[in-house]
Design a protein around this ligand. Structure first.
Ligand code: ZN
Length: 391
């Protein structure tokens, strides 16, 4: 296929260029036989979007609900940050075919037996009027409280041939206090010693570790135990009994994250939920997000765009971060494509228009550098060299 008269994003601007797609890859070399030619009429072409953090494909019905909605947003890759293979294997195979979102599932999601996501699952089951037991929820993640329990679990974990493992850290600096506080049941994280041991073993097994963090202390702990990815920017909420200051990343943690090239997934738009509940804290929350993001960028810590927004998409996150005003829009688009691809799929050539890159891209009628809402309306998309139905 030939794509003519398009303006292709080169990391800074959209420039007139011509590309061919051969066997699902980008090339500038004209193949012997061109089967179809697309005249893009000056439209704007951006590599396909990637959601580095979501949960909307973690069970079959939700995956079926999310698949077309996600593609419509121009998102072709999604990382599901708290899944287990036995929960997804019945449908995960379908998603490997073109025309579906390619999902990277975590192979394990470790938290305390009294930890997140237990509380959310119990609360939403009450809301939906279907009783679900603690034990039932515990089968959807990997509860572990001690290193001895981890010893017992680990052989079965290795049988999953893990590539990506999630660990949950929540208010680790207040852990002793929160263990005494019944209201935090289901919302706690891992014992830090257990989390450290998981990272050590995961690296030995060749898997990367993504850490859920909440406070700035969790961020520092995640860097210290060697997590490869930090799944949230601290400050998407201000917990009870805490202030915005508890979410300011320390200078030491910032430097350590930069030295170790720890990837930080933004999920900044998740603050909208906290802001709805506590509007009086919205300004402090937003100011802290701006401060943390600005310092991470200045320190050279690699970022990835992830929404953690099960009813939305990473486009919402891109629009939210744009409004924070922490980086020029061309840098934001580069982060949303090449940067996030490199962070989440480091072994692949994707997210940029270079010779041999995966041919996954979106064509827009409006220049996203001038109007970011252009991202909400795709003229057509191409996934691994397959043209998806245009609208
Ligand atoms: Zn999440």
């Amino acid at each position: 296929m030939a794509f003519e008269n398009g303006r292709w994003f080169d990391g800074e601007r959209f420039t007139l260029d011509k590309f061919y797609v051969v066997d699902g890859r980008m090339t500038r070399n004209k193949p012997e036989h061109v089967g179809a030619t697309f005249d893009l009429q000056g439209r704007y072409v951006l590599p396909g979007l990637i959601d580095a953090h979501n949960h909307n494909f973690q069970n079959g019905p939700f995956a079926a609900f999310s698949n077309q909605r996600t593609l419509k947003a121009g998102v072709y890759h999604s990382v599901q940050m708290c899944s287990r293979p036995d929960q997804t294997m019945a449908f995960a195979g379908f998603l490997q075919n073109p025309g579906n979102v390619e999902v990277l599932f975590t192979d394990a999601c470790f938290s305390g037996s009294d930890g997140h996501p237990l509380g959310i699952a119990l609360a939403s089951s009450v809301q939906m009027g279907e009783e679900i037991s603690v034990e039932e929820v515990q089968q959807t993640y990997d509860p572990v409280d001690t290193v001895e329990e981890l010893d017992a679990l680990w052989p079965a974990l290795l049988e999953r041939t893990p590539r990506l493992i999630k660990v949950i850290l929540i208010n680790s600096e207040r852990r002793a206090f929160e263990l005494q506080d019944q209201s935090t049941f289901g919302y706690r994280g891992l014992d830090p010693a257990v989390a450290r041991e998981i990272v050590r073993r995961a690296h030995h097994a060749g898997a990367r570790v993504a850490a859920h963090v909440d406070s700035a202390a969790d961020f520092a702990l995640a860097v210290d135990i060697g997590a490869d990815i930090i799944a949230h920017l601290p400050g998407y909420r201000i917990a009870e009994n805490m202030t915005a200051e508890d979410y300011r990343i320390s200078d030491a943690a910032l430097k350590a994250a930069a030295d170790r090239k720890t990837i930080v997934i933004t999920t900044a738009g998740a603050a909208r939920h906290a802001t709805q509940r506590r509007p009086e804290r919205a300004e402090a929350l937003k100011a802290m997000q701006i401060e943390n993001l600005t310092r991470l960028i200045a320190a050279g810590v690699p970022l990835a765009m992830g929404s953690d927004e099960v009813m939305g998409s990473v486009v919402d996150e891109i629009v939210y971060v744009d409004a924070l005003g922490v980086m020029p829009r061309e840098q934001l688009l580069q982060l949303s494509t090449a940067g996030t691809a490199r962070a989440m799929f480091p072994d692949r050539i994707m997210g940029k228009f270079v010779e041999g890159a995966e041919a996954t891209f979106n064509v827009y009628s409006v220049n996203p550098l001038e109007d970011l809402n252009a991202l909400r309306s795709i003229y057509f998309g191409v996934q691994s060299g397959t043209v998806l139905a245009s609208r």
